[in-house]
Design a protein around this ligand. Structure first.
Ligand SMILES: *Cc1c(COP(=O)(O)O)cnc(C)c1O
Length: 359
């Protein structure tokens, strides 16, 4: 047949596909998945029960406005309900933010390397990615990012802590940066790992949102709250940005299961954040052990560590996998390892030590 295939938008050519973290191998030795920054703990009992109860009604569409969840979040953060917009994970909300602000001819600035969804969702919208290299210490170069702003800039992502490096930007430098950004350019503070931050100089993005209408804060239930599989995240933003997010949302995108589980998670916050505390302890232990082994590992405020291994990345990832730990390699650059259960972390450290000795 010589018929032509349906015409697709040229912008889709060459979009990198999102690489999900590899699943842990099944069969054979124990295998741990440290490749997707997930929470290793299973859902809390109360959270599970609310999801199971919601499942009994899944012949019905969910509450499209996520009324209960939005009310709960508004109260918790002390913001108007109109300033909260939910979506299918914070990646979903990030995509809506781009759809709301940028199209062909417009520019979206972000650090690189940073979250791998940014280039994908930017390209889908037809906008142009402007990638600003991290500093030598793998930190956002905010001065260079401000210098990169042009007439065409519509949106800037600041991923804090940064995925995959775990590094942070602190209050004073972020404030200086925001002062340089024109008020008609939206700055999105992606705080997917906020709950793991212990450095008091790392600001809560909501501080900046309060008196800056061009700042939006992105949060998710996928990491600290352990609901990655349910797909629910949200933004806190002023009008008209929040209203634009409601316009660009996929109708009924967030399931009732996700909404109810998210509310239950917020109510079980003490216990959840206790788990986060244990993961932070494990992070400090893993980081210190790697440094003691001789590795250079940037300070991390997230639930993962970053090892800049360059050409040795693939070999080390293979060694980890052989040992039963699946990590996230970025070929030729480095490797991101999620902090998991203690046994998984031990197995990883063991593998790292053996690998270092053979270098
Ligand atoms: C994991 C992650 C998200 C959250 O993804 P969800 O879509 O909410 O699961 C957002 N931003 C960054 C930087 C992340 O690492």
């Amino acid at each position: 047949m010589s018929e032509k295939s349906p015409k697709l938008r040229a912008e889709l050519d060459g979009i990198p596909t999102y690489k999900p973290g590899k699943p842990a191998a099944s069969g054979g030795a124990v295998a741990y998945k440290l490749s997707s920054n997930e929470n290793p703990y299973p859902p809390l009992p109360g959270v599970l029960e609310s999801a199971v109860a919601a499942a009994g009604n899944f012949n019905r569409y969910p509450d499209m406005a996520c009324t209960g969840l939005v009310a709960e979040l508004a109260e918790r953060f002390g913001v108007p309900v109109e300033h909260i917009a939910t979506g299918t994970g914070s990646v979903g909300v990030a995509q809506q933010l781009i759809q709301s602000t940028a199209g062909p001819g417009d520019e979206v600035i972000y650090a690189w390397r940073s979250f791998e969804a940014y280039p994908i969702i930017t390209q889908i919208s037809g906008a142009t990615s402007v990638r600003v290299p991290l500093t030598d210490g793998d930190v956002h170069d905010l001065d260079a990012m401000a210098d990169a702003i042009t007439e065409r800039t519509r949106l800037i992502f600041v991923c804090n802590p940064n995925n995959p490096t775990g590094t942070v930007v602190r209050r004073a430098e972020l404030e200086r940066f925001l002062d340089r950004v024109p008020s008609d350019v939206l700055v999105v503070l992606d705080e997917a790992y906020k709950e793991f931050v212990r450095d008091p100089e790392v600001p809560d993005g909501i501080e900046f949102y309060r008196n800056r209408p061009n700042v939006a804060v992105l949060r998710t239930f996928s990491k600290a709250y352990g609901l990655a599989g349910l797909r629910v995240g949200f933004a806190i933003a002023h009008e008209p940005v929040a209203a634009a997010l409601r316009k660009t949302a996929v109708p009924f995108g967030v399931s009732q299961l996700a909404q109810d589980a998210a509310v239950a998670s917020l109510r079980a916050e003490d216990e959840l954040l206790g788990r986060v505390g244990s993961l932070v302890c494990e992070r400090e232990r893993v980081h210190a052990a790697l440094v003691a082994q001789g590795w250079t590992v940037p300070e991390t405020q997230a639930n993962f560590v970053w090892m800049r291994l360059g050409e040795r990345t693939a070999d080390f990832a293979a060694a980890c996998e052989k040992a039963g730990v699946v990590v996230r390699p970025f070929a030729g650059e480095g490797l991101r390892v999620t902090i998991g259960e203690t046994e998984a972390n031990d197995l990883f450290l063991h593998t790292a030590e053996a690998f270092f000795k053979e270098l």
